[in-house]
Design a protein around this ligand. Structure first.
Ligand code: ATP
Ligand code: MG
Length: 691
């Protein structure tokens, strides 16, 4: 088990009976400690299902499960490896009843929340609703409910917001729904206020491991404490220099408090970096140096000096994208790394991806944009899937609530609230409750009428979907249905920005085409349930939708270039990284807007977080790193003059080696030319053989 671990790592892996904190810089093998420790715990006899490992994203969880499987085999599948939010869902599904929650409660996404808040404000505009959403979320993360928020409100605005929050809470309860913050807040409440639930979970979990501990927030820390109890059998690993979610409430206090609240805490430091060359590591150490140190640490690498870090100066963003492509092509033409998946382009904000996407497409280089939204996560696609799920399974309450309110059909939240109370009283699904003979005693005739009409409509759709076979019939059916429910109008009404609405409608049409093709047997079932090319009924196809929405998690082995935001790149590594868009205003973000505030405390803190973001970016690279910036950048519709990020100077690179060699470009051109002639020859040969 100690294979591939240094002494300090082994110490962390073998320290089993008390609280343990591994505090170390990037690439020093913290995540590796977690996977090996899972294996070690199982080896010492702890049942796999009594181990919980908490990661920052679903993707990281999937990867950790894979690695654990390689170390201990099939048993690893019983380890609970998930995010804090997924753990919260599990707690609530099992024990949420004491808080009045049904096991199939729905989880609202951010768009759902916005529309509930719009409604709670009596038809507020989207921008205001989103601002409220943000403020309410902060209150919730600070552990406040609406009543407490009202009591603490400092001015009229806050009092108004507390009223909105009260209405919001009311609606969520009526819909048997929770938002993302509740996935942490409610389990915390469960464990804090119900001793029998707390004891059950503390007994059930023998050891809890937490990756990326520096990015936990105050409620997550409280939750962790309650989960592990006084024995404190946990292992947290983190790096204060990589704390990049302060803007979302993550707090380094969690790191500071740990030694005080657990006096027996074993603190282990790792100093060797196994990821990057010395040249890259030096740049990283230099950048982070100006930040105050919570825990001083020095990192070294034994992978050799390596290629110097390059700074790529560009005229504008298109030029920057071209040079990025040329760089990838030339590294591929010369080096050992021929796979597209060895390359990543990282940037500060999602919208920066577009120009790089265009350049990659032009060069016919395959890529994926991670950190963006997957098709199935889009609100409009989730709306449609909600309906499809309801046809397939009438008892899917979340799908019922989504469909009955999307688009609105005059059934208000009070009616739904009464229906919900009635259903949980008689232990019926919402749909089944519609046709219960006693429902008329709790609803007025009009409300009852609209609900039952909706129920009959769903039954009718289900019946017809069962008998709709083949692409053409399916497309006709879907088109008619969308017209029936007025979905296009609903999209345009719900968005202030017409372009956004149009894009959403295009997605809807694309989704319908894709469903239809599957009914026609033109596309195999991507979830692997069926593979025949037979024609299928629409209901059969709808049945596999839930499985399909997990496709995005299976994409990890694709051989493509990664485009990612810096935030989404956390914990990952690639042989070759381009850190793009390193200009003042983007990285660090917008400091020039605050000229007057340069010395303010919040400004200084924000700058420190931006510096950590740069540090995270630099330390993703294993072999080569290029930092690029352009002299002009788009700001809204205008082009403005840009300056290189102050962080480039802070890397203290050796001036004589930083500029990218112009000969590289020539090599790339040659490589491209060689590829084109090879393609042409291949095409000619193919034509020849066809003839
Ligand atoms: P980050 O701070 O970016 O999350 P980390 O500290 O979690 O980084 P890992 O991702 O666990 O670091 O490890 C970085 C790389 O070093 C991985 O490729 C890992 O396999 C490798 N590595 C870690 N420890 C060792 C070791 N003892 N021997 C060889 N390779 C190692
Ligand atoms: Mg890690």
């Amino acid at each position: 088990m100690s294979a591939g671990l240094n002494l300090a790592q082994q110490e962390a892996v073998n320290y089993l009976h008390g609280p343990c904190l591994v505090l170390a810089g990037a690439g020093s093998g913290k995540t590796r400690v977690i996977t090996h420790k899972i294996a070690r715990l199982i080896q010492t006899g702890l049942e796999a299902k009594r181990i919980a490992a908490i990661t920052f994203t679903n993707k990281a969880a999937a990867e950790m499960r894979e690695r654990a499987k390689q170390l201990v085999g099939r048993e690893a599948k019983d380890v609970l490896i998930c995010t804090f939010h997924a753990l919260g869902v599990r707690l609530m599904r099992q024990d949420g009843a004491v808080l009045g929650l049904k096991p199939q409660f729905s989880i609202l996404d951010s768009d759902d929340v916005t529309s509930i808040l719009k409604d709670a404000g009596g038809g507020t505009d989207v921008a205001t609703a989103r601002q409220w959403q943000w403020d309410i979320s902060r209150w919730k993360n600070a552990g406040l409910n609406a009543a407490q928020a009202a009591a603490q409100a400092k001015d009229d605005h806050e009092r108004m917001l507390a009223t909105i929050m009260a209405r919001y809470e009311e609606r969520l309860a009526a819909y048997q729904s929770v938002d993302f913050d509740d996935l942490i807040g409610m389990p915390l409440k469960l464990l804090r206020d119900f001793p029998e639930v707390r004891e059950k979970w503390q007994k059930a979990l023998g050891h809890v491991l937490v990756d990326e501990y520096q990015d936990t927030n105050a409620t997550q820390y409280e939750l962790l404490k309650l989960l592990v109890g006084e024995r404190g059998r946990f292992t947290a690993v983190g790096d204060d220099d990589q704390s990049i979610y302060g803007w979302r409430g993550a707090t380094l206090d969690n790191l500071r408090k740990l030694p005080q609240e657990y006096p027996t805490l074993k603190v282990i430091k790792l100093e060797q970096n196994y990821r990057s060359t010395s040249a890259i590591l030096r740049a990283a150490n230099n950048v982070i140096q100006p930040n105050p140190k919570l825990f001083p640490k020095t990192l070294f690498s034994e992978l050799g000096e390596g290629e110097p870090v390059r700074v790529v100066d560009c005229d504008n963003e298109e030029h920057e994208a071209e040079r990025m492509v040329a760089r990838i092509q030339s590294i591929r033409a010369n080096g050992v790394h021929k796979d597209w998946k060895d390359f990543a382009v990282l940037y500060r904000a999602n919208h920066q991806a577009r120009v790089f996407e265009q350049a990659l497409r032009k060069a016919q280089i395959p890529y994926k944009v991670s950190g963006g939204q997957s098709f199935f996560d889009r609100a409009e696609i989730r709306d449609l899937c909600g309906w499809l799920r309801l046809w397939v399974n009438n008892d899917d309450d979340p799908a019922f609530l989504r469909s009955v309110t999307t688009p609105k059909r005059g059934i208000g939240h009070q009616t739904l609230g009464s229906l919900g109370t009635f259903a949980s009283q008689y232990k019926l699904s919402l749909f089944a409750a519609l046709f219960s003979p006693s429902l008329p005693s709790v609803l007025n005739a009009r409300a009852l009428g609209s609900l039952q009409e909706f129920g009959r409509y769903v039954n009718d759709l289900e019946f017809r979907a069962r008998h709709t076979v083949g692409a053409e019939a399916a497309l006709a059916f879907l088109t008619e249905w969308l017209k029936d429910i007025g979905y296009e109008k609903h999209l345009y009404d719900g968005e202030d920005n017409e372009k956004v609405a149009a894009a959403r409608w295009t997605n809807v049409l694309e989704f319908c085409d894709w469903m239809a093709k599957r009914c026609g047997g033109e596309i195999d079932d991507a979830a692997g349930v069926t593979t025949s090319s037979e024609r299928k009924t629409l209901l059969e196809v709808a049945q596999t939708i839930a499985l399909l929405s997990t496709i995005s998690e299976r994409e990890k082995d694709q051989n493509v270039v990664t485009l990612s935001t810096l935030h989404a790149s956390k914990g990952l590594e690639w042989p070759h990284v381009v850190l793009a868009g390193c200009v003042e205003g983007m990285l660090p973000f917008k400091p020039e807007d605050e000229d007057g505030a340069v010395a303010s405390e919040s400004f200084v803190q924000r700058l420190q977080e931006e510096r950590r973001l740069m540090y995270v970016g630099i330390t993703r690279a294993q072999r080569s790193l290029a930092v690029s910036w352009s002299k002009k950048r788009k700001k809204g519709r205008e082009m403005v003059v840009a300056r290189p990020s102050r962080f480039i100077a802070e890397m203290s690179l050796d001036q004589s080696t930083t500029k990218e060699d112009p000969r590289e470009k020539l090599k790339a051109l040659r490589a491209e030319f060689a590829k084109k002639s090879a393609d042409a020859a291949a095409a000619a040969a193919a034509q020849g053989s066809a003839a």
